[in-house]
Design a protein around this ligand. Structure first.
Ligand code: FUL
Length: 495
């Protein structure tokens, strides 16, 4: 009997004691001592998508010439008559100067007019009003320009089609809509996002029949099938909106919640949702509609910078609409303001301004290193997105301190979590000190709750007037006080 008990104790006890004493020790099945992910986690394509951060929306088409925002579908093709050759390279060059990494071009809006020579409908550029119109092929030229400029690109193809006689019938999905998606993909299988908005039908021309046609989007468009087909051809293409791989941020005013989870819906998401659905904020750079309108003006670079802080700086992506005019070009005022925005972003948040790499970085706790990688605080400022600082398992807090030899004037702190392990941090604070003894909390009343892919905190607590005089600091202390599992950070930048 005694022998039996001893044997059982020997068998069980060592592993229990071992686990209690050093929970982070490398094990055979986890030689790198990597932290476990907290679910949900993003797919590979969602990770790549998030890195695009800031990109443009180009609403151009029949509405540019009719002055409408939602064409009825009965507009004569001849009304599409650009006064010059539409030039997507000019569009993308201008937004690249603003710091954008890509763009999405509307190639068919709700009015159904297709901006390429499609086989799916006669309502397209081939019978438009002039030579410039008839030679237009936006998906072809947009994809080519993006590749030339080393930018990402995607298309907006409206599922709702107010022109088509087939709309509301099965033939629309198979013979018109899916065909259009397939045709668009022939201009390149490297689209990073396709934008399918939620418009579910309503009144329209419908081949002359008129009336109202309403559908249930999920069932009618056979979304799971569409998503699978798209991924087969374009493995890195995120299906926005009805595709459920990225979500609408809940407003068109260019802001996300200060708390913003990559799960759930709306401005703030929901920590407890099971699906990874990061927020995208669609907003207008101009004063009127999504399409170009006579007399509209461009928002100021300062206002757009604020939008950037309130979207990209709050764990969302920003898709900023810049509508081409009747020439098929971005107006000069748009090009100029975009250039100013780019200069402003470089001066305020450009890598050359980052003061974190010159600081010494320490953490109060650090996860034990694995066979070939460590989780030290120095990983936070090494400019490598694959390395990160990690706390040991079982910890839900941690403090990181950056110290410079000389005091610095600073205005913004940028934080990033390595989101392939899930979004984890629930609360943090930022403090500065000039002597290491007295600490001042920064960020005013901004809720320092979530971080996610990227969070930018203006230290003066204002997104409308964030630049200001800055604050003097010899040290910055970031304290994570709550997290869904041991906290991880991949980057700290300080400007
Ligand atoms: C919405 C559309 O109805 C608007 O016209 C615009 O294209 C916007 C970006 O998406 O769903």
């Amino acid at each position: 009997m005694k022998f039996k008990i001893l044997f059982a104790t020997l068998l069980v006890a060592p592993s229990v004691a071992f686990a209690q004493l050093s929970p982070n020790v490398q094990t055979l099945d986890n030689p790198e001592n990597e932290p476990l992910p907290v679910h949900p986690v993003p797919s590979e394509r969602q990770l790549l998508w998030n890195e695009t951060e800031f990109y443009a929306f180009f609403h151009y088409g029949m509405n540019t010439y009719t002055g409408l925002e939602w064409g009825n579908g009965d507009e004569a093709e001849t009304r599409f008559a650009p006064t010059q050759a539409p030039d997507p390279e000019q569009w993308l060059t201008a937004v690249k100067a603003a710091g954008m990494k890509g763009g999405i071009a509307v190639i068919k809006h709700h009015d159904g007019f297709c901006l390429w020579p499609t086989e799916s409908t006669t309502h397209n550029v081939t019978i438009s009003g002039n030579e410039f119109g008839r030679n237009t092929n936006i998906p072809r030229d947009f994809a080519a320009a993006a590749r030339k400029l080393d930018m990402k690109y995607g298309f907006y193809i409206s599922p709702w089609d107010r022109n088509s006689a087939h709309y509301g019938k099965d033939t629309y999905v198979t013979d018109v809509f899916l065909r259009q998606c397939a045709e668009a993909s022939t201009y390149g299988s490297d689209q990073f996002e396709m934008w399918f908005d939620g418009a579910r039908g309503g009144t329209g021309y419908y081949g002359g029949e008129g009336g109202s046609r309403d559908i249930d989007a999920d069932i009618y468009y056979d979304i799971p099938n569409l998503r699978d087909s798209i991924h087969k051809v374009m493995p890195n293409c995120v299906m926005w909106g009805v595709g459920e791989e990225a979500r609408w941020i809940g407003n068109e005013a260019g802001w996300a919640g200060e708390t913003n989870w990559a799960m759930g819906t709306g401005t703030s998401g929901n920590m407890n949702e099971w699906k990874w659905k990061p927020g995208e904020s669609d907003a207008k750079a101009t004063s009127a509609g999504w399409f170009w309108h006579e007399g509209e003006s461009m928002k100021s670079a300062e206002r757009l910078f604020q939008m950037y802080l309130e979207t990209v700086g709050r764990n969302a992506t920003l898709i900023l609409n810049c509508p081409p005019d009747k020439r098929g070009l971005l107006p000069d005022a748009t090009v100029n303001e975009l250039q100013k925005l780019g200069t402003m972003l470089e001066a305020r948040l450009g890598e050359a301004q980052n003061k974190a790499p010159q600081a010494t970085v320490t953490a109060d706790i650090t996860r034990q290193a694995g066979a070939t990688r460590n989780y030290e605080a120095a990983n936070l400022t090494d400019g490598n997105k694959e390395t990160y600082w990690a706390a040991p398992d079982g910890q839900i807090s941690g403090t990181i301190t950056l110290t410079w030899d000389e005091a610095q004037i600073i205005r913004y702190v940028m934080l990033q979590e390595p989101i392939k392990y899930g979004q984890r941090v629930k609360a943090f604070t930022i403090e500065t000190s000039t002597d290491g003894e007295t600490w001042t909390k920064r960020g005013g009343n901004i809720q320092t709750t979530t971080i996610g892919y990227k969070r930018i905190i203006p230290l003066n607590g204002s997104t409308t007037n964030s630049y200001g005089a800055g604050c003097k600091a010899k040290m910055v202390r970031i304290t994570i006080s709550d997290s869904r599992a041991c906290p991880l950070l991949s980057n700290i930048s300080i400007f």
